[in-house]
Write a protein that binds this ligand. Structure first.
Ligand code: UD1
Ligand code: CA
Length: 431
């Protein structure tokens, strides 16, 4: 690959009104910056992220998820602005693609379109009915002459509806020449990356406008933008999975994380939420169920079931109001109202209504292991750590604190008493 990528992510993101850096806000389960990095990785092997505001925190998050990403700390006090962000950045390939960290909807195809042809600079442009806020792009004979920031526009320039979408592919040698020569003689006293266009034109270089989809290039600046971008991303994710054969009832009510995957015949009912890197195969997830970072295979969950992270359900039925956490269930039925946490349950076992694994003593978490064909009666408390062998029956209402051996009936109830005529002694005889 002869393309380097620089992702600008040093801006503060004031309009987000958040203590979390703007680019770390998530869309479909993945931070905006990670969406940009993933798109960049598809086209380049030399990626630099420019940081300043909360640089350490952002760099840490990136380094925990990726290797081989380069970082550049902007000297934003002395050199503010997008041009300032590029000061001192070194890229190794012939061409450099400059992206923004707050454009999570960009696709590989658009990036490739921006790097096609042999112009000295390709820049992304959009035609907008309302160009407010964007830099205006002055085009003549299909070549870009100049980009003028809104605050620097004269009356005529303000009317221009062709705007700078903010992404450029530039010959690296030109960047190395023009970036050090930028000045800040403008309305914002910032170093504008956009000024390299005029510098190139003055030297008879070609600057091509590449018309792009507004949807992909919309920057996310506020929580409102974030919500809009989320809608677009969700539509894309669900469309792709439906094309791949996943059935969805009322898809607009369903949420699917960008890391989730499906296989075989899957049916998601309305209001389902599939979070994290869940894997769903031949499964039916019913209304209002939530699946988080789990594997569900040949199973059905819900309605209103909750499967929390690190669970594996195989050949299993989970009914309404059942919560499963960090547990592996193979061939199990848990039809109603149960909490199954830190447990392993084997084939043919039935978990009655109201069963609870007491997995936490206030300090530590403990495991519950249940073998094959175990019948756990309703309203049983399983106090972990606990081992229930195969073929065990546990009577309803039991509090089980000791391990059970194969074939046992476990019963821990106070014997039932009957006090004759107590009702009448208490209330008196009714008239
Ligand atoms: C910039 C363009 C404008 C274009 C718009 C598209 C300039 C001068 N103007 O506007 O023509 O229409 O993008 O969205 O480039 N950043 C830094 N360091 C900084 C400032 C910004 O890294 O000092 C990063 C931001 O984090 C962001 C990107 O650069 O990812 C764009 O910054 P933003 O302030 O949104 O763009 P504008 O300058 O308003
Ligand atoms: Ca700005």
């Amino acid at each position: 690959m002869s393309l380097s990528v620089v992702i600008l992510a040093a801006g503060q993101g004031t309009r987000m009104k958040s203590t979390t850096p703007k680019v770390l806000h998530k869309i479909s389960g993945k931070s905006m910056l990670f969406h940009a990095i993933d798109a960049a990785k598809e086209v380049s092997d030399d990626i630099t992220v420019v940081l300043y505001h909360q640089a350490e925190r952002i760099q840490e998050e990136i380094e925990a998820a990726y290797s081989g990403i380069h970082f550049h700390l902007q000297d934003a006090k002395q050199y503010p602005g997008t041009g300032g962000a590029m000061k001192g950045v070194k890229t190794k390939n012939e061409r450099t693609l400059i992206l923004n960290g707050d454009m999570p909807l960009i696709t590989k195809d658009s990036l490739l379109a921006l790097t096609s042809g042999d112009a000295d600079i390709n820049m992304s442009v959009i035609k907008l009915d309302d160009p407010t806020g964007y830099g205006r792009v002055i085009i003549e004979n299909e070549k870009v002459l100049e980009i003028v920031e809104q605050k620097d526009c004269n009356e005529a320039q303000l009317l221009t509806k062709t705007v700078n979408a903010g992404i450029y592919a530039v010959n690296t040698s030109l960047l190395e020449k023009y970036i050090p020569a930028l000045d800040n003689n403008n309305a914002q006293a910032e170093y504008y990356l956009t000024d390299i266009v005029k510098m190139a034109v003055d030297e008879n270089k070609t600057v091509n406008p590449i018309y792009v989809e507004e949807e992909e290039f919309k920057g996310v600046n506020s929580k409102l933008d974030l919500a809009h971008a989320e809608e677009i991303m969700q539509r894309r994710i669900k469309t792709a999975w439906m094309k791949a054969g996943v059935s969805m009832r009322l898809p607009e009510t369903i949420y699917i994380d960008c890391r989730a995957t499906f296989e075989g015949e899957c049916f998601l009912e309305n209001g389902v939420s599939i979070q994290g890197a869940s894997f769903i195969k031949n499964a039916h997830i019913k209304t209002l169920s939530v699946i988080e970072d789990s594997t569900i295979e040949n199973s059905d969950v819900g309605p209103m079931g909750r499967v929390r992270p690190n669970s594996v359900l195989i050949d299993t039925h989970i009914g309404n109001f059942v919560e499963v956490k960090k547990s592996t269930l193979t061939g199990v039925k848990a039809g109603h109202l149960a909490y199954i946490g830190d447990a392993t349950i084997d084939e043919g076992s039935n978990i009655g209504a109201g069963v609870i694994t007491c997995n936490y003593d206030g300090k530590n978490k403990y495991q519950t292991t249940i073998g094959k064909n175990v019948f756990v009666g309703s309203d049983t408390q399983l106090v972990a750590p606990l081992n229930i062998a195969d073929d065990v029956m546990i009577a309803a209402g039991s509090t089980v604190t000791k391990d059970a051996q194969q074939g046992d009936l476990i019963l821990s109830r106070t014997p039932q008493k009957s006090i004759k005529n107590f009702f009448y002694t208490f209330f008196g005889t009714k008239a």
